[in-house]
Design a protein around this ligand. Structure first.
Ligand SMILES: C[S@@+](CC[C@H](N)C(=O)[O-])C[C@H]1O[C@@H](n2cnc3c(N)ncnc32)[C@H](O)[C@@H]1O
Length: 461
């Protein structure tokens, strides 16, 4: 009752305030970090359109609305630009909004507008680079990341420069990594030359990519993604698997957009194909209900969904705690239990299992010997199954590798592709036998090109 009375008084006072007072209170609330109060006052300005600061008000209104989860702020940002086409922030924020919504072409327009108005806006350049990368336009991505680096590294005074040296180094590490990754995707076969914003000389793209990953590491020695991709370029012959830190960092960062990017952008359907191969092993097995299954490198649960109806108990294992959180958030109850950590650790600690499944996750391990022996050690009996997918190496790589006894190859993508002959051999050495082998054409795409894979269904001998 008392609360209701207070609200009435507050409403009466508020309604007596002028637009100018609401505007001042909205801005001071924002400064104080009280976004709910800011939205309250923005909503009560009777005519923003007639206010001399309309564009600025709409931009802040959008920020406040987004902060309280009251909308995406698109309408306000569009209004801000309508009132003042030179409002750089409005173009930039609208770009972020479109980019987050995977509307890359509209995001491109916004970031370009922001950069035309403010060529020192390094964040617009960085985001525009990411937009071009996602669109498969690597030449422009390279230009934009290069430009953002020039702005942050040089003597210039970029707009919204990172506040401290630590943040500046971290941003530069990330930018160099992204630049390297675009150079790598731009020219994985080292046939072209690339030119960076910082120098006019045309250099083989892969040499520039190596340099970018080294620079990324100089700015942040904990940048495991840069470390790993640098190894792919220097063809570290001793590298038998990606480091767990690299995989964890990659998927932690990727977690919220992981499934959208994998399924919608990269057209990944390996999880369905793995289930199909499992069904084709034998109709008798198809009717079996397994007791304890483990999904290795489960990600957000795409494969788990496919196998949920053939097992009483399902455990999801992943190195990335963030991706497991995403699996639990988006598919509550799919996994009866989850394990955060390495697959080998999980197999030995929480086995045995009568079904082990893995789609698109063993591609971060080159030499599968230890993993296979951990799987064999965790399988219940000879009727238990191990179903997994791997990437195939491209024809070009296979030709380059020559002889037949090679095991795996570390690709420019940072993932391993495997030779089916030696996988068969390794399975045998782990005291298992392959019951079914299937090729899996175009189960995902990479830089606009299809990636081929293969599926193995194995059991204990
Ligand atoms: C490309 S995703 C595939 C996810 C899922 N299996 C699917 O088909 O959608 C690869 C996942 O494997 C996980 N992963 C890679 N190596 C791993 C390892 N050694 N142990 C546990 N998880 C691993 C990664 O963290 C990532 O979530």
């Amino acid at each position: 009752m008392i609360l209701f009375a207070i609200e009435l008084v507050f409403a009466a006072i508020s309604s007596a305030l002028s637009d100018e007072e609401h505007y001042d209170l909205a801005i001071s609330s924002m400064v104080a970090g009280d976004m709910h109060s800011a939205v309250y006052h923005f909503e009560r300005i009777t005519s923003i359109d007639s206010h001399p600061q309309a564009s600025f008000i709409y931009t802040n209104y959008a920020t406040a609305i987004q902060a309280v989860g009251g909308g995406d702020g698109e309408e306000q940002l569009v209004s801000a630009i309508r009132h003042d086409e030179t409002n750089v922030d409005a173009h930039f924020y609208l770009g972020i909004l479109y980019q987050d919504g995977n509307n890359n072409f509209s995001a491109e327009t916004c970031y370009k507008a922001a950069l035309e108005l403010d060529p020192f806006n390094w964040e617009s350049s960085a985001n525009l680079g990411a937009v071009y990368h996602d669109l498969g336009d690597f030449a422009n991505a390279v230009d934009q990341f290069g430009n953002a680096i020039v702005l942050l590294e040089g003597e210039l005074e970029p707009t919204n420069a990172p506040l401290g040296e630590k943040d500046r180094r971290s941003s530069l590490s990330d930018l160099h990594y992204r630049l390297g990754y675009s150079l790598l995707t731009y020219d994985p076969q080292d046939t072209k030359k690339c030119t960076l914003a910082s120098s006019k000389a045309a250099v083989p793209c892969l040499a520039l990519a190596s340099n970018s990953f080294s620079r990324a590491l100089q700015f942040n020695s904990e940048n495991h993604a840069a470390e790993h991709l640098l190894s792919t370029l220097t063809k570290d012959s001793g590298m038998e698997r990606a480091s767990n830190e690299y995989v964890r960092q990659l998927f932690d960062e990727y977690s919220t957009n992981f499934e959208n990017s994998l399924v919608n952008d990269l057209k990944y359907d390996g999880f369905r194909r793995v289930r199909g191969a499992f069904d084709r092993v034998s109709p008798k097995r198809k009717k079996r209900l397994y007791s304890r299954a483990i999904d290795i490198g489960c990600g957000t649960g795409l494969l788990g969904v496919e196998f949920r109806n053939v097992t009483k108990h399902l455990t999801g294992v992943d190195l990335s705690s963030k991706i497991l959180e995403e699996a639990i958030r988006t598919r509550p109850g799919l996994y009866d239990s989850v394990f955060t950590g390495d697959a080998i650790e999980a197999l030995s600690e929480i086995g045995p299992f009568d079904l082990v499944i893995a789609a698109d996750s063993l591609i971060y391990i080159g030499d599968l010997t230890d993993l296979f022996s951990a799987v064999a050690g965790s399988l219940w009996d000879a009727t238990s199954l191990f179903v997994f997918s791997l990437e195939k190496c491209s024809k070009k790589t296979v030709q380059a590798l020559g002889a037949n006894d090679w095991k795996f190859n570390l690709q420019p993508s940072g993932r391993f592709c495997h030779n089916d002959r030696t996988v068969h051999k390794m399975i045998k050495e782990a005291n298992m036998v392959v019951e079914r082998y299937e090729s899996m054409e175009a189960f995902r795409s990479e830089g606009g090109k299809p990636v081929d894979g293969h599926i193995f269904v194995a059991r204990l001998r």
